[in-house]
Ligand binder design. Sequence first.
Ligand code: OFO
Length: 176
Amino acid sequence: MISKKVADRINLQIEREMESAFLYLAMASRMTDEGYEGLAAWLTIQYHEEMFHAMKFARYLQDRDASFEVPGIPKQELKESSVKAVFERVLAHEQKVTASINELYELALAEKDYPTQVLCQWYINEQVEEEKNAEEILRNLALLGDSKQGTFMLNIELGKRKPSIPLDFTEIGEND
Ligand code: OFO
């Protein structure tokens, strides 16, 4: 059985993953308002990915005989409206999530909780991908300068993103 300390910390991480989900959903809505449907689609997939991250942790808690506590998610404030500012926030946010996952891993090490260490390794790898995606988009935006046409083309390109995770969370299993 998992210790209360680790279970509580995982529940906190679930809350942070769901906050990420709602932040990205707010960004998707903002991008739709700005006319960038493709960027909105990319961010909506990101919303689903974050819910998957949360539910993968929830499933793990239940597998280890601990409760998943559904968090109340406060409204995610979003001042940014330009594409560049939105993706700078995505990157800064992902760097914070990376630090939070690393902190959970450190707790699992200190508690000698080996299964949680193994689970955290999945998230540590995922965070490499999350930061890389945001950095790549910012790099492309920098190359495009202030070109509205270029940003619109990037919007079309990113709109082709397909989900890489199951959208039905009851299907989350050992291989996910
Ligand atoms: Fe869950 O990786 Fe982003 O936040």
